[in-house]
Write a protein that binds this ligand. Structure first.
Ligand code: 13P
Length: 250
Protein backbone atom coordinates (compact mmCIF):
# COMPACT_ATOMS: atom_id res chain seq x y z
CA UNK A 1 0.00 0.00 0.00
CA UNK A 2 1.36 3.37 -0.99
CA UNK A 3 1.29 6.16 1.57
CA UNK A 4 -1.53 8.67 0.96
CA UNK A 5 -0.40 12.24 1.62
CA UNK A 6 -2.15 15.61 1.61
CA UNK A 7 0.24 18.56 1.68
CA UNK A 8 -0.62 22.21 2.28
CA UNK A 9 1.80 24.56 0.53
CA UNK A 10 1.13 27.94 2.10
CA UNK A 11 3.56 29.63 -0.35
CA UNK A 12 4.44 33.25 0.60
CA UNK A 13 1.39 33.72 2.80
CA UNK A 14 0.83 34.13 6.56
CA UNK A 15 2.87 36.17 9.02
CA UNK A 16 3.99 34.40 12.20
CA UNK A 17 0.79 35.04 14.20
CA UNK A 18 -1.43 34.26 11.19
CA UNK A 19 0.42 31.00 10.60
CA UNK A 20 -0.07 30.01 14.23
CA UNK A 21 -3.78 30.69 13.96
CA UNK A 22 -4.12 28.58 10.81
CA UNK A 23 -2.04 25.74 12.28
CA UNK A 24 -4.08 25.80 15.50
CA UNK A 25 -7.30 25.54 13.49
CA UNK A 26 -5.99 22.62 11.45
CA UNK A 27 -4.77 20.78 14.54
CA UNK A 28 -8.38 21.02 15.71
CA UNK A 29 -9.74 19.40 12.53
CA UNK A 30 -7.05 17.08 11.12
CA UNK A 31 -4.57 16.88 14.00
CA UNK A 32 -5.41 13.28 14.76
CA UNK A 33 -5.63 12.03 11.18
CA UNK A 34 -2.88 9.62 10.21
CA UNK A 35 -4.46 8.26 7.04
CA UNK A 36 -3.85 10.26 4.88
CA UNK A 37 -0.64 11.74 6.24
CA UNK A 38 -1.07 15.51 6.57
CA UNK A 39 1.92 17.78 5.92
CA UNK A 40 1.91 21.56 6.40
CA UNK A 41 4.47 23.73 4.60
CA UNK A 42 4.40 27.24 6.11
CA UNK A 43 6.94 29.90 5.08
CA UNK A 44 10.41 29.61 6.70
CA UNK A 45 9.65 32.35 9.26
CA UNK A 46 6.80 30.33 10.77
CA UNK A 47 8.39 26.86 10.70
CA UNK A 48 9.81 26.98 14.23
CA UNK A 49 6.56 28.12 15.83
CA UNK A 50 4.39 25.73 13.85
CA UNK A 51 6.82 22.90 14.72
CA UNK A 52 6.17 23.52 18.42
CA UNK A 53 2.41 23.74 17.92
CA UNK A 54 2.03 20.46 16.03
CA UNK A 55 4.10 18.44 18.51
CA UNK A 56 1.85 15.70 19.86
CA UNK A 57 -0.45 15.84 16.82
CA UNK A 58 -0.30 13.57 13.76
CA UNK A 59 0.68 16.46 11.47
CA UNK A 60 4.09 16.55 9.76
CA UNK A 61 6.03 19.68 8.85
CA UNK A 62 7.50 20.56 5.46
CA UNK A 63 9.58 23.43 4.07
CA UNK A 64 9.00 25.04 0.68
CA UNK A 65 12.63 25.06 -0.43
CA UNK A 66 16.24 24.64 0.76
CA UNK A 67 19.71 25.29 -0.59
CA UNK A 68 21.90 22.69 -2.26
CA UNK A 69 24.88 23.04 0.14
CA UNK A 70 25.35 21.82 3.68
CA UNK A 71 26.60 25.14 5.12
CA UNK A 72 28.84 28.09 4.27
CA UNK A 73 28.90 31.57 2.80
CA UNK A 74 25.56 31.58 1.01
CA UNK A 75 23.87 34.70 2.36
CA UNK A 76 20.13 34.40 2.61
CA UNK A 77 19.94 30.65 2.03
CA UNK A 78 18.68 27.85 4.30
CA UNK A 79 20.53 24.55 4.73
CA UNK A 80 18.68 21.24 5.06
CA UNK A 81 20.17 20.47 8.49
CA UNK A 82 18.69 23.74 9.78
CA UNK A 83 15.28 22.48 8.74
CA UNK A 84 15.75 18.98 10.10
CA UNK A 85 16.81 20.19 13.54
CA UNK A 86 13.66 22.26 14.07
CA UNK A 87 11.42 19.34 13.23
CA UNK A 88 10.93 19.57 9.46
CA UNK A 89 10.46 16.18 7.73
CA UNK A 90 9.61 17.13 4.13
CA UNK A 91 10.88 19.70 1.64
CA UNK A 92 9.21 20.82 -1.60
CA UNK A 93 11.80 20.95 -4.40
CA UNK A 94 11.53 22.12 -7.99
CA UNK A 95 8.13 23.76 -7.60
CA UNK A 96 7.17 25.43 -10.89
CA UNK A 97 7.27 28.83 -9.19
CA UNK A 98 10.90 28.19 -8.23
CA UNK A 99 11.67 26.97 -11.74
CA UNK A 100 9.94 29.97 -13.35
CA UNK A 101 10.81 32.92 -11.07
CA UNK A 102 14.15 31.75 -9.66
CA UNK A 103 15.51 29.91 -12.70
CA UNK A 104 15.88 26.55 -10.96
CA UNK A 105 16.98 23.98 -13.49
CA UNK A 106 16.68 20.20 -13.27
CA UNK A 107 20.39 20.10 -12.38
CA UNK A 108 19.84 22.41 -9.39
CA UNK A 109 16.77 20.45 -8.35
CA UNK A 110 18.73 17.20 -8.58
CA UNK A 111 21.52 18.59 -6.36
CA UNK A 112 18.92 19.59 -3.78
CA UNK A 113 17.13 16.24 -3.95
CA UNK A 114 20.37 14.35 -3.30
CA UNK A 115 21.33 16.57 -0.36
CA UNK A 116 17.82 16.43 1.13
CA UNK A 117 17.94 12.61 1.13
CA UNK A 118 21.46 12.57 2.54
CA UNK A 119 20.36 14.90 5.34
CA UNK A 120 17.26 12.87 6.17
CA UNK A 121 14.55 15.07 4.66
CA UNK A 122 11.92 13.65 2.32
CA UNK A 123 11.96 15.57 -0.99
CA UNK A 124 8.66 16.35 -2.70
CA UNK A 125 9.85 16.69 -6.30
CA UNK A 126 7.53 18.78 -8.47
CA UNK A 127 7.11 18.41 -12.22
CA UNK A 128 4.51 19.71 -14.65
CA UNK A 129 4.03 21.09 -18.11
CA UNK A 130 2.94 24.57 -19.22
CA UNK A 131 -0.12 25.17 -21.36
CA UNK A 132 1.95 25.58 -24.54
CA UNK A 133 3.47 22.12 -24.07
CA UNK A 134 0.08 20.55 -23.39
CA UNK A 135 -1.45 22.25 -26.43
CA UNK A 136 1.43 21.05 -28.59
CA UNK A 137 0.92 17.47 -27.38
CA UNK A 138 4.32 17.51 -25.67
CA UNK A 139 3.24 17.01 -22.03
CA UNK A 140 4.75 13.55 -21.62
CA UNK A 141 7.97 14.39 -23.39
CA UNK A 142 8.42 17.47 -21.20
CA UNK A 143 7.51 15.76 -17.92
CA UNK A 144 9.68 12.77 -18.79
CA UNK A 145 12.66 15.08 -19.19
CA UNK A 146 11.91 16.83 -15.89
CA UNK A 147 11.61 13.48 -14.08
CA UNK A 148 14.88 12.17 -15.54
CA UNK A 149 16.75 15.43 -14.87
CA UNK A 150 15.39 16.11 -11.39
CA UNK A 151 16.02 12.58 -10.16
CA UNK A 152 19.34 12.31 -12.03
CA UNK A 153 21.38 9.35 -10.90
CA UNK A 154 19.52 8.48 -7.70
CA UNK A 155 19.86 4.87 -6.65
CA UNK A 156 16.79 2.69 -6.20
CA UNK A 157 17.13 3.01 -2.42
CA UNK A 158 17.26 6.80 -2.70
CA UNK A 159 14.30 6.88 -5.08
CA UNK A 160 12.15 5.05 -2.53
CA UNK A 161 12.56 8.08 -0.20
CA UNK A 162 11.15 10.52 -2.76
CA UNK A 163 7.60 11.82 -3.17
CA UNK A 164 6.63 13.13 -6.62
CA UNK A 165 4.07 15.85 -7.27
CA UNK A 166 2.56 16.36 -10.71
CA UNK A 167 1.46 19.98 -10.93
CA UNK A 168 0.47 21.15 -14.42
CA UNK A 169 1.50 24.81 -14.49
CA UNK A 170 -1.72 25.81 -16.26
CA UNK A 171 -3.75 24.46 -13.33
CA UNK A 172 -1.85 26.24 -10.54
CA UNK A 173 -3.81 29.08 -8.98
CA UNK A 174 -6.05 29.31 -12.04
CA UNK A 175 -9.12 27.45 -10.80
CA UNK A 176 -8.67 25.28 -13.89
CA UNK A 177 -7.91 21.80 -12.65
CA UNK A 178 -6.94 18.74 -14.67
CA UNK A 179 -9.79 16.25 -14.91
CA UNK A 180 -9.24 13.11 -12.84
CA UNK A 181 -8.68 11.16 -16.08
CA UNK A 182 -6.11 13.64 -17.42
CA UNK A 183 -4.21 13.57 -14.13
CA UNK A 184 -4.37 9.77 -13.87
CA UNK A 185 -2.94 9.46 -17.39
CA UNK A 186 0.12 11.51 -16.46
CA UNK A 187 0.55 9.75 -13.11
CA UNK A 188 0.63 6.38 -14.89
CA UNK A 189 3.10 7.80 -17.37
CA UNK A 190 5.38 8.95 -14.51
CA UNK A 191 5.08 5.59 -12.73
CA UNK A 192 5.94 3.70 -15.92
CA UNK A 193 8.90 5.98 -16.54
CA UNK A 194 10.19 5.24 -13.03
CA UNK A 195 9.45 1.56 -13.57
CA UNK A 196 11.64 1.44 -16.67
CA UNK A 197 14.58 2.89 -14.77
CA UNK A 198 14.19 1.49 -11.31
CA UNK A 199 11.95 -1.55 -11.67
CA UNK A 200 8.31 -2.10 -10.80
CA UNK A 201 8.77 -2.48 -7.07
CA UNK A 202 10.41 0.92 -6.62
CA UNK A 203 7.95 2.58 -9.01
CA UNK A 204 5.01 0.92 -7.29
CA UNK A 205 5.93 2.21 -3.85
CA UNK A 206 6.41 5.89 -4.77
CA UNK A 207 3.60 8.25 -3.78
CA UNK A 208 2.67 10.51 -6.71
CA UNK A 209 0.56 13.50 -5.71
CA UNK A 210 -1.52 15.81 -7.89
CA UNK A 211 -1.46 19.60 -7.48
CA UNK A 212 -3.21 22.46 -9.25
CA UNK A 213 -6.45 24.11 -8.05
CA UNK A 214 -7.38 21.19 -5.80
CA UNK A 215 -10.27 22.16 -3.52
CA UNK A 216 -12.94 20.61 -1.33
CA UNK A 217 -15.21 20.12 -4.33
CA UNK A 218 -12.89 18.38 -6.79
CA UNK A 219 -10.58 16.48 -4.41
CA UNK A 220 -12.65 13.29 -4.09
CA UNK A 221 -12.76 12.74 -7.88
CA UNK A 222 -9.02 13.23 -8.27
CA UNK A 223 -8.10 11.16 -5.23
CA UNK A 224 -10.26 8.24 -6.32
CA UNK A 225 -7.93 7.58 -9.26
CA UNK A 226 -5.71 4.52 -8.72
CA UNK A 227 -2.39 6.29 -9.28
CA UNK A 228 -3.16 9.58 -7.50
CA UNK A 229 -1.80 9.07 -4.00
CA UNK A 230 -2.63 12.46 -2.56
CA UNK A 231 -2.59 16.17 -3.25
CA UNK A 232 -0.28 19.16 -3.05
CA UNK A 233 -2.63 22.02 -2.24
CA UNK A 234 -1.95 25.74 -2.55
CA UNK A 235 -4.78 28.26 -2.17
CA UNK A 236 -7.26 25.88 -0.54
CA UNK A 237 -4.70 24.94 2.13
CA UNK A 238 -5.07 28.44 3.59
CA UNK A 239 -8.73 27.79 4.41
CA UNK A 240 -9.41 25.47 7.31
CA UNK A 241 -12.75 24.17 5.98
CA UNK A 242 -11.49 23.52 2.46
CA UNK A 243 -8.28 21.82 3.53
CA UNK A 244 -10.13 19.70 6.07
CA UNK A 245 -12.57 18.62 3.37
CA UNK A 246 -9.69 17.65 1.08
CA UNK A 247 -8.08 15.59 3.84
CA UNK A 248 -11.34 13.77 4.48
CA UNK A 249 -11.84 13.07 0.76
CA UNK A 250 -9.36 10.18 0.78
P1 13P B 1 -3.16 25.97 -6.08
O1 13P B 1 -3.78 24.86 -5.28
O2 13P B 1 -3.37 27.32 -5.47
O3 13P B 1 -3.52 25.90 -7.52
O4 13P B 1 -1.56 25.74 -6.00
C1 13P B 1 -1.05 24.50 -6.30
C2 13P B 1 0.38 24.48 -5.93
O5 13P B 1 1.20 25.11 -6.57
C3 13P B 1 0.77 23.70 -4.75
O6 13P B 1 2.14 23.57 -4.66
Amino acid sequence: MRLKIIIGNWKMNKTGPEAMELARGLIGTVGKTDRPRVVLCPPFTALGDVAKLIKGSSIFLGAQNMYSKESGAYTGEIAPAMLLTIGVSYVILGHSERREYFSESDVIVNDKVKLAIKTGLIPIVCVGEKLEERDAGLSEEFIGRQIDGSLGDLTEEELKKVVIAYEPVWAIGTGRTATPEMAQEIHIFIRNRLGKRYGDIAAGTISILYGGSVNGGNAAGLLSQPDIDGALVGGASLKIDEFTKIVSSI
